[in-house]
Design a protein around this ligand. Structure first.
Ligand code: 2PG
Ligand code: MG
Length: 427
């Protein structure tokens, strides 16, 4: 049986030029013949973080990387975590992750840092897959007893960036396109990409800036959300995909909520007025998904919108749930949403992330595997989406390698699956 022989963490840079944790995991794997097997993983980082997320440990020394250094998290991996995990079998990810959780001992993973724990948890998954000689997504499916394989996720592509991710002035953080009318992931990706290029040409023609924001989407100075959606529809039309590409929003509403009031594109609203605003938008545009419509503790706002949109529009909790099953249970009781955004680093281990996915699936919710706005070249989430059959993925726009590397990995997975590959839009 393979056991952990050595863990080694280092500081690397993320897509925003901020330090983050990368972990190498070496297994002692007598069955591999060659002796040692190795897995590597890097931890992403958010900008519009939910206040209920597990703690990302930063050094805080302003003289170094503006306080964003991760040397303490790296030292925690190379010291106490490496010591505690040495010799542990990797056949059961839950045992590895429970050991990490117990060692940290805090509900928010603030002792060792969720970034330290997650880097190890993911690197162990990769090392196990290497030991098994299979793709990571297949290994994850086996490890977490997922039946049947082959579902590629529908991508929610963030081609217009606002909020905390860009200086566009747009209150909504993400205006996304969703290629629904296709039978293969590769065709959906092509359509999304052609629309992205059509949008580029359109913005240029209209005299907008075409610089991109943190997730590779454009960040034109538009006056409001309606103008953003008009641009997207025009680009979809120009690319020839009318009706085959729908729209989605991540409002990230906690970022524009203060004292219980919401300020959207210069207009101040109550929670109920904001709900009415969304309902109006869904009548005017083909919007199939709204994420973080309300602030992270405005349960009534979410529940009201979710009830009014029914199954026509999925309401997604991101900062609301922070991939935490305890908060999900509140959401289930209150019927706050019918979907959840899944982010590994909000909770801090792979097993707990899978718990959130599986609770969503058992409860009839949809699950969307997601990147963070600060990413690396790591493609773990592409494998998580395919292995756990989440059915949807959010991994940014169609530019910048930190975003497209996940799409490229999904192309490889679809190719590996061959005739078993499925692409099914649930909208
Ligand atoms: C979000 C994410 C990813 P961040 O709000 O969904 O798009 O942003 O990583 O900044 O929290
Ligand atoms: Mg979000």
């Amino acid at each position: 049986m393979s056991t952990i022989q050595r863990l080694h963490a280092r500081t690397i840079l993320d897509s925003r030029g901020n330090p983050t944790v990368e972990v190498d995991c070496f297994l002692d794997n007598p069955s591999s013949g060659s002796g040692q097997v190795f897995g590597r993983a890097a931890v992403p980082s958010g900008a519009s973080t939910g206040s209920h997320e597990a703690l990302e440990l930063r050094d805080g020394d302003k003289a170094v990387y503006g306080g964003k250094g991760v040397t303490k998290a790296v030292a925690n991996v190379n010291g106490p975590i490496a010591k505690a995990l040495k010799g542990i079998a990797v056949s059961d990810q839950r045992i590895v992750d429970d050991t990490l959780i117990d060692l940290d001992g805090t509900p928010s993973k603030s002792a060792l840092g969720a970034n330290a724990l997650l880097g190890v948890s993911m690197a162990v998954c990769r090392a196990r897959a290497a030991g098994e000689g299979v793709s990571l997504w297949r290994s994850l499916a086996k490890q977490f007893a997922v039946e049947g394989a082959g579902l590629l996720p529908v991508p929610l592509m963030n081609v217009l960036n606002g909020g905390k991710h860009a200086d566009s002035g747009l209150s909504f953080q993400e205006c996304m396109i969703v290629p629904t009318g296709f039978d293969r992931f590769a065709d959906a990706l092509r359509a999304g990409t052609e629309t992205f290029h059509a949008l580029h040409a359109l913005l240029k023609k209209k005299g907008h800036v075409t610089a991109v924001g943190d997730e590779g989407g454009f960040a034109p100075r538009v006056k409001d959300a309606a103008e953003a959606f008009d641009l997207l529809l025009e680009a979809i039309h120009a690319a020839g995909y009318d009706g085959k590409i729908k729209l989605a929003i991540d409002a990230a509403a906690s970022e524009f909520c203060e004292g219980g009031r919401y300020t959207v594109d210069g207009r101040s609203m109550t929670s109920a007025e904001l709900t009415a605003f969304y309902i109006d938008l869904t009548k005017r545009y083909p919007i199939i998904s709204i994420e973080d419509s309300h602030a992270e503790d405005d349960w009534d706002g979410f529940a009201d919108l979710n009830q009014r949109t029914g199954s026509a529009v999925q309401i997604v909790g991101d900062d609301l749930y922070v991939t935490n099953v305890e908060r999900m249970r509140t959401g289930l009781d209150r019927k706050a949403t019918d979907a959840i955004l899944i982010k590994l680093n909000q909770i801090g281990t792979v097993s707990e992330t899978v718990d959130a996915i599986q609770l969503a699936q058992e409860s009839g919710w949809r699950a969307i595997t997601s990147h963070r706005s600060g990413e690396t070249e790591d493609t773990f989430i592409a494998h998580l989406a395919a292995g756990l059959k989440t059915g949807q993925i959010k991994t940014g726009s169609l530019s910048r390698t930190d975003r497209v590397c996940k799409y490229n990995e999904l192309l490889r997975i679809e190719e590996e699956l061959g005739r078993d590959a499925k692409y099914i839009a649930p909208f």
